[in-house]
Each structure stands twice: as C-alpha cells, then as structure tokens.
Ligand binder design. Structure first.
Ligand code: ADP
Ligand code: MG
Length: 290
C-alpha cells in the first residue's frame, strides 16, 4: 500500500458535520473504567483494563484489536452474559447486570433453531416477549423483508446459504427491537464476495431503521468502511489504544475503498493493531535483521 498523502485526522466539512450531529445524539451505551480479570486454573488473566467509551444513538462503532485483546469479553459484558470486575456499563443510563431484550446479539456461528423455519425463527423473540402468534408472524414478515429474504419465510436454515442464514440471524435479533445490536465477527466465516454483500446489507439496514450497532471484526477494511468510529484495542491487558473518527461521509459506497481518507485511516488502524508491518508481512520481519 502506498504511503497515504492525507492525514487520517483530516475531515471534510461534510464529515465534520456528520460526526458533530452524531455526538449530539443521546448516549445509548456508556462504558466507564471497565475492567475484567479472569481467575482460571492457569492463573489470572487481565482481559480488560480501564475501558471507557460511549456509543450514541444511530452510531455504528467497530471494535478491532489483536486476538485476545478482550473484544468478545467486552461484548459479552454488554450483552449481560459476563460481569465486570470493576467500572460500569450502562444502557440508557441503567447498569447492565443481566441479558435483556435491549441488546440483540449476532454471532459468527448462526445459532438459528434448525427445526424452525425462517419465519418461526424470527417470530420466536416477539412471541417470547408476549406478542400473539399472528402479531409475531406479521412482525417477522417485516424484518424478513428488511433483510431482503422475502420468499424464504418457509425455508429451514439448512436450505439457506451462509450469508442468508446470517441475515436471518440479523432479522431475529432486530425483531426484539434492541436498543443496540451487538455483532461479534458476524461475517468472519463468509467468503469475500458474500462478506461484501453482507456489508452492503448491513449499511442498507442501518439506513432503513437507524439502529445502533457495536460491531467486532478482524477485518480492518470492513471496520473502516462500515463505521462512524473505530475503537482499537491493545492486548495484554485489553485496553483502548485509540478511538478513531472515520473521515468518510454516509452513505458509504464501495468506491470509498480507494478514497485517500479511507486509505490513510486504514493504514493508521493497521499500524495500531499490527505495528509497523502489515499482518501479511509479519513472517518477513526476520529480514530486518539481515
Ligand atoms: P478476543 O475476542 O479479542 O480475541 P477474548 O475476549 O476472547 O479476546 O479474550 C480475552 C482474554 O481473556 C484472553 O486471554 C482469553 O484467554 C481470556 N478469557 C476469555 N474468556 C475467559 C474465561 N471464561 N476464563 C478465563 N479466561 C478467559
Ligand atoms: Mg473474540
């Protein structure tokens, strides 16, 4: 990759306006001084240390960081599946201490009910929350349309492609009308072409319903392309390296992958996560010694 000519902190007036508008939106998720230590058989692991950040309504924030930097632990804490050792995590001002419908989870593995149809999978949440069967089915229909799967209501998960199953997973999470959608490497198992399609779907869904999203990914291009801001973590212990404003206007378009603002941000995030060498060059590091 050529050395970018624009500083990643440089923003056009349109981008500045967009980011200011975002900062004025209410805070949905507020994480303050969060720490997590695991005490296991093999000793103590400080998975997270002094993590603070806020996610605003309608924002898409990505979390990136090396393996073991505590990304999944952080999202599991926000989901209420894990407790904090210190600090706090609040959803709309309320301390998170258990799972709840305010947070929708989408994992890398599909976790759909294989014995239920697409429609039944998506209707499951609303029914559990008290909707009648008819209402839940109507709601399911709405979300199935939003993820572009109309016509597949009666299909079973095994009859669908990986990308389609993941769209059912998104529809199912959205059907509970979460305040925040939590996604842990949701496209990590998909091939490059399907992944690009899923990115387009996610951006389109976000435009349609203005949902707030916290998105973990290994793919730094994906993080920059999709997000308003990128939270980069360091490992051992997992802590904030930098919270980066993405200097790209919305709506995002695939052409932006070659925008100088995209490239400078991508290169910067790459340096934060992998050091001076891009990941694919890491094994060549020994050459420096010769
Ligand atoms: P990431 O998702 O960024 O790869 P994780 O959140 O999965 O990182 O893990 C962060 C660190 O915490 C790792 O060192 C991992 O081994 C440790 N860890 C995660 N969950 C547990 C657990 N339940 N018990 C003990 N250690 C754990
Ligand atoms: Mg993980």
């Amino acid at each position: 990759m050529e050395e970018p000519i624009i500083d990643y902190k440089h923003k056009t007036p349109d981008v500045q306006k967009q980011l200011e508008a975002l900062r004025e939106k209410p805070v949905v998720l507020d994480v303050e001084g969060a720490g997590k230590t695991f005490h296991g058989e093999n000793g103590t692991v400080e998975a997270l240390k002094d993590i603070s950040f806020k996610v605003h309504e309608g924002e898409l924030m990505s979390i990136v960081g090396p393996s073991g930097s505590g990304k999944s632990t952080l999202i599991r804490i926000i989901a209420g599946l894990e407790t904090l050792s210190c600090g706090s995590a609040k959803l709309d001002g309320n301390t998170i201490d258990s799972p709840g419908p305010g947070r929708g989870m989408v994992f890398q593995s599909y976790s759909l009910f294989p014995w239920l149809t697409v429609e039944q999978n998506v209707a499951f949440g609303p029914q559990t929350l008290g909707s009648s069967k008819t209402d839940a089915t109507n709601e399911a229909q709405h979300w199935i349309q939003i993820v572009g799967l109309d016509g597949f209501e009666k299909a079973y998960p095994h009859q669908l492609s990986g990308g389609m199953r993941q769209r059912v997973g998104i529809a199912r999470a959205l059907a509970n009308k979460p305040r925040i959608l939590l996604m842990d490497e949701p496209f990590g198992a998909l091939d490059a072409q399907t992944r690009a399609q899923m990115q387009a779907y996610l951006l389109q869904i976000r435009r349609t319903i203005d949902v707030t999203i916290l998105f973990i990914t290994h793919d730094l291009d994906e993080a920059v392309y999709l997000s308003d801001r990128v939270l980069a973590l360091d490992a051992n212990p997992g802590r904030v390296a930098e919270l980066i404003d993405v200097p790209l206007v919305r709506p995002r378009k695939p052409e932006m992958f070659s925008d100088p603002h995209f490239l400078s941000t991508r290169v910067h995030v790459g340096h934060l996560i992998h050091g001076d060498f891009p990941e694919e060059m890491k094994e060549l590091e020994f050459l420096k010694e010769h």
